[in-house]
Ligand binder design. Structure first.
Ligand code: SF4
Length: 359
């Protein structure tokens, strides 16, 4: 029996939209008119879609909708480069999206889940747990939202990083449907080289990515180079130990002929010593790998602090001695809770404080 719930058009890839319309008797040309209206003209409502036959417009009005995300809260970093948004979904959940502008390039960091099941100890989202997966349209909707912001100032979006709330490979189908929409040449046409998917190391997902050749750059969060040290920071490391994870990474690199970026959050005294760097260098030496080292964004629920600049430099020197290149990623927007999940946590804390207490 057909569902009465209107379909969110942003949930559909172009082939899926084509199937819907061909089921109603329309040709691929009509699919492309709707598609360019959604993603090239970026119509805000169904009646803004241009060039539609009246019968198709009324059919769309009966069975579909455009699901927009509602701004709930936003903050700007003091340097003006980072704009953090808390966006509300239809069911009242909120997710974070971060727009970063530097040197004329704009990057958006988007969420793939409301909350996260992976439980990384230093991460405010991990401290919340998972509420639910996002739909493809809720993932794409974050990109559309920031594109509207950028258009007002004549800027355009270059990079998308799937590194916000959630583990993208834990929501594989919806994330990949969203990626297909983002790179579609008749729509947003974002460059596959400019979409980065960051995973905590979900081994089956990495192998599937390698087999399916999805148009993304892969980043793997390591944070520890022995199973015991990694599992203390990243509980998912108990499920997918390092030997399995590194086998999957080698499989990906061999099959796709593509470099993997490894993320290493540097936490003072916990994983930032020369010995830690030696272990990491031995683990990655010989692989087509690049390490992004990121001094920790402190969170309320974790007592660790960021590494000092001298420790960061020493860490990089050791990696280089193993032939492993690295880059220090800046902690942008630290004054606005820009680390993953921090704005949502801060807003919820403020809301709780302002609620009247029961007698
Ligand atoms: S760091 Fe990423 S994978 Fe880990 S808990 Fe946070 S959102 Fe989830």
């Amino acid at each position: 029996m057909p569902s009465d719930t209107p379909i969110n058009l942003y949930d559909l890839t172009r082939p899926a939209l084509g199937e819907l319309l061909s089921g109603w008797g329309y040709r691929p040309h009509h699919r492309d008119v709707v598609w360019t209206g959604l993603y090239r003209q970026q119509a805000r409502a169904l009646d803004e879609l241009q060039g539609l036959r009246p019968d198709l417009r009324s059919r769309l009005g009966e069975h579909t909708r455009l699901g927009h995300l509602t701004p709930h809260h936003e903050t700007f970093s003091s340097d003006g480069h980072t704009h953090k948004l808390l966006l509300r979904l239809d069911d009242g959940q909120t997710i974070e999206t971060v727009l970063m502008r530097f040197k004329g390039r704009a990057t958006v960091c988007i969420s793939t889940q409301a909350g996260c099941a992976m439980g990384c100890v230093f991460c405010a989202t991990g401290q919340m747990g998972l509420s639910r997966h996002l739909s493809p349209g809720e993932i794409v909707g974050q990109v559309l939202h920031v594109q509207r912001i950028l258009r007002e100032s004549g800027e355009s979006l270059r990079n998308v990083v799937l590194m916000g709330m959630g583990e993208p490979l834990h929501n594989y189908e919806h994330t990949m449907a969203a990626v297909d929409v983002l790179v579609d040449p008749l729509g947003l046409a974002l460059g596959p080289r400019f979409i980065t998917l960051s995973t905590v190391g979900v081994v089956p997902g990495i192998r599937r990515l390698a087999d399916e050749d999805r148009p993304v750059q892969l980043a793997v969060s390591l944070h520890g180079a022995t199973d015991a040290e990694r599992a203390a920071l990243v509980p998912a490391g108990r499920r997918w130990p390092l030997d399995e994870l590194m086998d999957a990474c080698r499989y990906y690199i061999d099959k796709r002929k593509r470099r993997i970026f490894f993320e290493w959050t540097l936490i003072a005294g916990r994983n930032d010593t020369v010995e830690h760097a030696q272990t990491l260098g031995r683990l990655l030496g010989g692989l087509d790998a690049h390490v992004n080292v990121i001094p920790l964004n402190p969170t309320v629920g974790y007592d660790g602090g960021p590494s000092q600049p001298a420790s960061v430099r020493a860490f990089q020197d050791v990696l280089m001695s193993h032939g492993v290149p690295s880059t220090v990623r800046q902690r942008r927007g630290i004054d606005i809770d820009a680390g993953c999940g921090q704005l949502k946590s801060a807003v919820e804390r403020r809301t709780r404080r302002s609620l009247p207490t029961s007698p």
